[in-house]
Design a protein around this ligand. Structure first.
Ligand code: SAM
Length: 350
């Protein structure tokens, strides 16, 4: 079925270089973002009884250059892969031909295949245990388009006749990265952190509060033939989203991501006092402001022992980085207070 869409398909022309660049896996990504997403995927697989040695099938929606495949199959420093490659059937769906081409060249495992297509049109054939998304692909869609796309995912689960997990990854509305834009749900988002070859890409994206995402999920469930038996959410990257390194949308915020990365890589450059966080006191719902105030308390108390003098020595910087990244790894409660808001649904045929 070909639908006419409100939003044109995004173009990531020139962006695959960024996605494959080793510099993209900075300390924040490796030590905080990937562990959070890995935890989300692990919990999703556990909820559908797919943590054992048996086969697991995954559809990665908006797969890009297949970060999802790496998250599933790369061991963590302290844990084996979530799924052994020989047990995995992984299909990556992406609307951008360059991403699909790059993914096919980069991931040559026989477990993986890649399909060029728009999630707003149709899903690849096949029965999947996990309908994954990571790197906020669903935020490219308008709210109404997300309802339709998620309904088609839920209908696929209903048709298949077995329990499945659905991970819905979108941009958080109330990230400190875009504090001046909190009053608006959809706006032009410059991905100016792209490195290597590609020009900065500007696309309209949709940003979600928890109630807005809950409403989308509820609407998607109606008439899908599936029922949602469990729902949970987490905020990832509360202060260290990529746009705290660029300052593009909130130039007044400290460059938290750069500073935390420097604590790990170039500690002599960092003064702990530069990392102090003053949370917003208006412009967002009361539960968001109150959670951010609590997070600021924990973050700033962590800094206190280190704020006395100038730049930190290596050992002190390592301890501070560990503590701050620990706060980030804990994540937020799924209110839309981080760079991404990731919701996991456990779904069964009704
Ligand atoms: C920010 S990238 C994330 C890629 C990858 N999942 C990751 O975590 O690195 C978002 C991806 O979603 C894809 N995408 C956006 N809209 C889509 C649509 N309507 N259907 C399928 N893929 C889409 C884009 O082409 C892009 O590759």
């Amino acid at each position: 079925m070909i639908r006419s869409h409100q939003a044109p398909a995004p173009s990531y022309r020139g962006a695959s270089a960024h996605y494959l660049s080793p510099s993209r896996r900075d300390p924040v990504k490796v030590l905080s973002e990937e562990p959070v997403t890995r935890r989300v995927i692990g919990a999703a697989l556990a909820a559908i009884g797919r943590t054992g040695p048996g086969p697991v099938s995954v559809l990665d929606i908006g797969a890009g250059t297949a970060d999802g495949f790496a998250l599933l199959t790369r061991p963590a420093p302290d844990a084996p892969p979530l799924v052994a490659p020989e047990n995995l059937t992984y299909v990556g769906l992406d609307v951008d031909p360059e991403m699909v081409r790059t993914a096919r060249v980069t991931v040559t495992s026989p477990s993986a295949s890649f399909v060029l297509g728009d999630v707003r049109d149709r899903l690849p054939e096949g029965a999947f245990d996990l309908y994954l998304s990571c790197g906020v692909p669903y935020s490219h869609l308008t709210r109404d388009e997300l309802v339709v796309a998620l309904r088609s995912v839920l209908t696929a689960v209903a048709t298949r006749g077995r329990r499945a997990a659905v991970v819905v990854d979108v941009l958080g509305r109330y990230s400190v990265e875009w504090r001046p834009r909190w009053d608006s749900e959809r706006w032009d988002y410059a991905m100016s952190f792209f490195a290597g070859g590609g020009a900065a890409i500007s696309e309209p994206m949709t940003f979600y509060s928890r109630p807005a995402l809950d409403a989308v999920v509820d609407a998607a469930g109606e008439g899908s033939g599936a029922r949602i038996v469990a729902r949970s959410a987490v905020d990832r990257s509360v202060l260290v989203g990529r746009h705290t390194a660029t300052g593009t949308f909130n130039p007044d915020a400290p460059r938290f991501r750069t500073l935390v990365n420097d604590l790990v890589r170039e500690p002599g450059r960092v003064r702990a006092a530069d990392l102090r966080f003053s949370p917003a006191t208006d412009g967002a719902p009361a539960d968001v402001l109150s959670w951010l105030a609590g997070f600021a308390g924990r973050w700033n108390r962590t800094l206190e022992p280190y704020t006395g003098s100038g730049p930190l020595d290596g050992a002190a910087a390592a301890r501070l980085a560990h503590a701050l990244l620990g706060l980030e790894r804990a994540g937020g409660p799924g209110l839309g207070v981080g760079h991404s808001l990731t919701m996991t649904l456990v779904v069964e045929p009704a």
